[in-house]
Design a protein around this ligand. Structure first.
Ligand SMILES: [Zn+2]
Length: 434
């Protein structure tokens, strides 16, 4: 195999993500959990170094974004931004009607028709990915997060232009990838940065589509059985790793007449034919199937709001109902997240897991990819995780968040680097209070 055939993707250092994209935000109260921010109107500096104890209130007004800091009103501007003065900066956004969230990086705000705010987080790419990983998967092991990070990075690099016409790269909703907060866990950050530069490619070296779902129920689905296109790396595979997890099975009881009439009325299934009626009441899928009496299972799943298409049907004569016994949760194509969690517990590596779910694909590592700032602090992050393990449940203030800890470590190292013994007398002016 030749690495020269690998398709080059534009490297991403920063991305713009529209946050609170599914909410209508008329006003937001911004406070500062870590570091300081400069407040800009367009490219003019309004106020430098806003930090702890101050709050910026932004609201949509005729002509743009109205800005007040504590009680002082600056006026209304077309676009307002808060720019981080350091990599160790955290904003807390508190809209009136939505639960508050925290983000790193910059915040750029303008309005939609002067009636609602459009909030965009301009952020380091890997920091964004860590937030996505935290929003998209649960678990304890960094290897789980590494798998999700490679998937999410691959998706992001394929879809960088998804919201080009809107003026940003991604929204924060499942339309793109969920990004519902900054990453607050050092183990998630570690799993993300350990995979930096890694993407999933097909046999020709092209970035692949990376669909995933909660649980396959024991067998994944072919892409063409759920969507239109057959992709060579989205093949149905046996997946016993998805057994015995939270979303492995489900049950739903449906009124028998409603069940039968759905097929008769919506899909013209002739209930007078005994064999068809019998199939509707006694259906099973030892292996995944795609249709029931000619009706696509994806359609049935949608119409009855079922967790998956991987179900069997049996009648309950006493209750005049049918019972659907289902397996898995989600469309079933590509990677099973709970299968991944199980595989990690069994000792499989992230690349084995990716190869298991994406047939014939492999992990490609691009060492030329620009590294986010966090890449310089892998050892320090490991140290923070270790300290957390040794002192579990220790209540922490906002400043003891991993990022705060990380930058205290960094600042200490920098002080040691500039330490000059000749300046000892100057530095020795301590105010001893014995
Ligand atoms: Zn989107």
């Amino acid at each position: 195999m030749s690495f020269l055939t690998v398709a080059l993707t534009a490297p991403a250092e920063r991305v713009k993500v529209r946050i609170f994209s599914t909410n209508r935000i008329e006003s937001v109260n911004v406070s500062f959990d870590l570091g300081t921010y400069d407040l800009y109107a367009g490219d003019s500096l309004l106020e430098p170094a806003l930090g702890e104890g101050l709050s910026v209130i932004l609201h949509a007004a005729a002509g743009g974004v109205h800005v007040a800091v504590n009680d002082y009103e600056y006026g209304t501007f077309k676009e307002v931004s808060l720019r981080a003065t350091d990599t160790a900066c955290i904003l807390c956004l508190n809209p009136r009607n939505v639960k508050q969230r925290t983000y790193e990086g910059n915040l750029v705000v303008n309005t939609i028709n002067s009636t609602a705010l459009k909030l965009v987080n301009d952020v380091d790419f890997e920091t964004y990915l860590a937030g996505v990983v935290q929003s998209e998967i649960y678990g304890k092991e960094p290897e789980i997060f590494r798998v999700q990070a490679v998937i999410s990075r691959t998706w992001a690099l394929r879809n960088m232009d998804k919201h080009r016409n809107d003026g940003y790269n991604f929204c924060d909703h499942v339309h793109c990838q969920a990004y519902l907060n900054r990453c607050v866990r050092p183990d998630i950050m570690l799993g993300t940065i350990q995979s930096m530069g890694e993407t999933i490619v097909d046999a020709d070296g092209h970035l692949i589509e990376t669909p995933f779902h909660s649980n396959s129920g024991g067998q994944t689905a072919n892409s063409e059985d759920v969507w239109r296109t057959a992709l060579p790396y989205l093949r149905s595979v046996a997946d016993t790793f998805s057994y015995g997890m939270k979303q492995s099975t489900w049950t739903k009881v449906v009124n028998r007449d409603k069940w039968l009439s759905y097929f008769a009325k919506n899909h013209k299934v002739d209930l007078g034919v005994d064999s068809l009626r019998d199939t509707l009441l006694h259906f099973s899928q030892p292996q995944r199937r795609t249709k029931l009496c000619g009706v696509p299972l994806t359609r049935i799943r949608n119409d009855f709001q079922l967790k998956s298409t991987f179900f069997s049907v049996e009648p309950d004569s006493v209750g005049n109902t049918v019972v659907l016994h289902g397996r898995g949760y989600g469309h079933g194509v590509g990677l099973s997240q709970e299968g991944t969690i199980r595989m990690v517990a069994l000792g499989y590596g992230y690349d084995d897991i990716i190869r298991h779910y994406y047939t014939g694909a492999s992990v490609h590592r691009d060492n030329a990819t620009p590294k986010g700032y966090v890449a310089n602090y892998v050892e320090e992050i490991k140290q923070i995780i270790e300290t957390d393990r040794q002192q579990p449940g220790k209540v922490k203030s906002k400043k003891d968040d991993w990022l705060g800890q990380l930058f205290r470590l960094r600042d200490r190292q920098e002080r040691e680097e500039v330490y000059d013994p000749a300046k000892q007398e100057v530095e020795g002016e301590w105010d001893y209070q014995w």
